[in-house]
Design a binder for this molecule. Structure first.
Ligand SMILES: *[C@@H]1O[C@H](CO)[C@@H](O)[C@H](O)[C@H]1NC(C)=O
Ligand SMILES: *[C@@H]1O[C@H](CO)[C@@H](O)[C@H](O)[C@H]1NC(C)=O
Ligand SMILES: *[C@@H]1O[C@H](CO)[C@@H](O)[C@H](O)[C@H]1NC(C)=O
Ligand SMILES: CC(=O)N[C@H]1CO[C@H](CO)[C@@H](O)[C@@H]1O
Length: 648
């Protein structure tokens, strides 16, 4: 298996994903894949607490950060960036946008440094004086320095610099004009180890030489000159490669009332963090609420909202109790064009069977009962689906032999329709059986077996495509002895699914694939930890993996504590991303909170809402003309619940 997988990987690696990731050059490739590295975004608070040592200031039509000192929050270990190896790249660029109003003669200020913690030595740094810019680095023969002369940075205007270092050369571009090219006698070291070192923004770890201006952009990227990525620019003094979101919104002109004119162009102070007091002396003060991402103005008594994000999740409201025919294992919400929005529940009892509900006037109402036998899953799909237009009811179409089927997954590859069924077990305890992938035959108008795949207590199939590649991943729950087994990701190659990667899971019940910008994630819901001996554990981690473009494998991204998780649902509201987990059992009770998480960039997913559920089995997100909703089905009571996501 290992060998098979690595040969497959090799075959696939060369081609895989070339469509969705830009090629990176240089030896840094093996050291980090987080490129370009936006230092300021790393510094800014993820949303909840304020960041000590930082103030946001708007000046000359753009926002920047004023740093109060070499605070610990303004630094981070190099190991966060250099994940796979600790060598600093030989070829790299630094892009920085700053505004410096004054500087005493003979003084130096540091834009950033990389300091070796134990020795306190600067391994690398960028600093400026009245009319010079110095790039410092630790060479094999000791401390070295490159100096760009006659650089007029200290003029109280914004400037964007690109410093590019390549072997023996360094170039400096200011406001999209190439200023200088220097050849160093001693080239930048080919193997500068960053081990045990820390990046400091705006200082060299001490007060002396701390940066007193405004900084708006600070990005490090590997490969040669980054100038071509940002120049030419319509605004070269503020040319952008990557600027934190909080600094982007501009200009602020919310004043409808002329009497309320405030001089927002002139060095306006914006405070981050908790709501400050608004008093007459603070009149004209701005406060940026990083949680709600709103900007507020103090009118001497109260904070007046100026600029709020369009639509953001405020709270979750218990909206509808949907009494179902019996306990519900799965719920599927689907839209039939020009007919409406429906929910299909897969119910335990065969009489009256499973239910179909139609969304009418902002609620689900019973629409049709369908006779099923211990139904576990519904999947709505259209392949000449036997949706009878005339009678507007679902008719029985084709009966496929299954073994305690847990999930159906319908998907298309190159225009052909497939249906994968997760066969859980045969008889009472044979879990190691085949699951089946059917292919639609348009001439016989029936599904035919295309491939069988050995699975262990299969619970879920998830199909997804990345660029031109198609993947199918199975959640293997139990092999008869243990739940700590491999779940396998397959890739479509040569007309069949072949193993791509095996991931250890604990009673996996669900896979959810989702994409955030161009990053691909795969989350597994882990149901329980059970070995041959010992009790079952339900309070365990479920894990989110991310497709690593360098190694072409899914690597662990984040562990999330769950309670017999049985479903993940990913959805987007406005420009925010969420995950909600179905927690079904904590070892004692089926009544417990399921949790909703919000994506917060490098912090990953952070819990924000706790939703009371009973026997939660499945979450579905849907929208109607009235708003956005979540519905969950209960496997322990004949009651499903709709929650409404209230926005502000
Ligand atoms: C489905 O069956 C239940 C239980 O018999 C019944 O109350 C309900 O009205 C039926 N729904 C429809 C749409 O026929
Ligand atoms: C499964 O479908 C693929 C794609 O159409 C086809 O190339 C392959 O031969 C089929 N395999 C079998 C066993 O029918
Ligand atoms: C869950 O994951 C966290 C972070 O990786 C780890 O510290 C913790 O020990 C894990 N918990 C369990 C129960 O495995
Ligand atoms: C393709 C197919 O089998 N279609 C059937 C759908 O249901 C109608 C009504 O029962 C049948 O007449 C069709 O043959």
């Amino acid at each position: 298996m290992e060998l098979l997988m690595s040969t497959l990987l090799l075959r696939v690696c060369l081609l895989l994903l070339s469509g969705i990731t830009e090629g990176q050059t240089g030896p840094w490739r093996s050291c980090t894949d987080l490129l370009p590295l936006d230092f300021l975004s790393r510094m800014l608070p993820g949303g909840r607490e304020s960041l000590r040592g930082v103030r946001m200031v708007q000046d000359e039509g753009a926002r920047g950060l004023q740093l109060d000192g070499p605070h610990q929050d303004l630094s981070f270990p190099a190991s966060q960036l250099f994940i796979n190896c600790d060598l600093f790249p030989v070829e790299f660029s630094v892009v920085v946008t700053l505004k410096i109003s004054r500087l005493a003669p003979q003084k130096n200020e540091y834009i950033f440094t990389l300091v070796q913690e134990a020795s306190d030595r600067i391994l690398l740094g960028l600093r400026f004086s009245q009319d010079r810019l110095h790039f410092l680095f630790m060479g094999p023969a000791g401390r070295d320095r490159l100096t760009f002369k006659a650089i007029q940075l200290v003029d109280n205007h914004w400037h964007t610099l690109v410093l590019a270092v390549t072997g023996g050369y360094a170039t400096l571009t200011m406001d999209c004009n190439v200023l200088l090219e220097l050849k160093h006698e001693r080239p930048f070291p080919a193997a500068l180890s960053t081990q045990g070192s820390r990046f400091y923004i705006g200082s060299r770890r001490r007060w002396k030489g701390k940066f007193t201006g405004l900084i708006r952009q600070l990005v490090l990227l590997s490969g040669s000159d980054a100038t071509s990525r940002i120049c030419p620019s319509t605004n070269p003094k503020l040319a952008v490669l990557s600027v934190p979101k909080a600094l982007q919104q501009l200009p602020i002109h919310p004043f409808k009332n002329e009497a309320l004119m405030y001089p927002y162009e002139a060095d306006l102070r914006v405070t981050l963090g908790k709501r400050p007091l608004c008093t007459p002396t603070g009149r004209g003060q701005l406060w940026f609420d990083s949680l709600r991402r709103g900007l507020f103005l103090c009118d001497s008594v109260a904070w007046v909202p100026l600029l709020e994000e369009k639509e953001r999740l405020d709270y979750v409201e218990d909206y509808q109790d949907l009494y179902t025919n019996s306990e519900t294992f799965d719920i599927e919400v689907f839209q039939i064009p020009s007919v409406g929005l429906f929910a299909a529940t897969a119910n335990r009892e065969s009489r009256p069977g499973s239910g179909i509900y139609k969304w009418i006037d902002g609620r689900f109402v019973p629409y049709q009962n369908i006779s099923t036998n211990e139904a576990l899953a519904w999947k709505y799909f259209t392949v000449d689906s036997n949706w009878s237009e005339r009678k507007l009811k679902f008719l029985r179409y084709q009966t496929l032999e299954t073994h305690s089927a847990r999930d159906w997954e319908a998907f298309y590859i190159q225009g052909e329709a497939f249906l994968a069924v997760a066969n859980h077990r045969q008889g009472d305890n044979n879990h190691n059986i085949n699951s089946v992938i059917y292919k639609w035959n348009p001439s016989t108008k029936a599904f035919q077996v295309n491939q069988t795949i050995q699975t262990s207590g299969a619970y879920d199939w998830e199909f997804f495509s990345v660029g031109p590649y198609h993947f199918l991943v199975v959640a293997n729950t139990f092999n008869g002895a243990s739940t700590y087994i491999h779940s396998i990701i397959y890739i479509w190659l040569g007309g069949m699914f072949q193993p791509f990667q095996a991931i250890r899971t604990f009673g996996a019940t669900d896979w959810e694939m989702f994409q955030i910008e161009n990053r691909i994630f795969l989350a597994v819901a882990n149901g329980q930890k059970l070995y041959e001996t010992g009790p079952s554990l339900y309070a365990i981690n479920s894990t989110i993996y991310e497709l690593d473009m360098t190694t072409k494998t899914f690597l662990k991204f984040q562990d999330i504590a769950t309670y017999s998780a049985v479903d993940w649902e990913f959805f987007t509201l406005g420009d925010e991303k969420f995950l909600v987990v179905a927690n079904s059992y904590d070892g004692m009770s089926h009544s417990l909170n399921s949790v909703m998480y919000r994506w917060q960039g490098y912090e990953g997913f952070v819990p924000i809402h706790w939703l009371p559920t009973t026997g939660c089995r499945d979450w579905e997100y849907f929208t109607s003309s009235e708003g956005s909703y979540l519905i969950y089905s209960s496997a322990t009571q004949p009651l499903s619940k709709v929650f409404r996501l209230k926005m502000y």
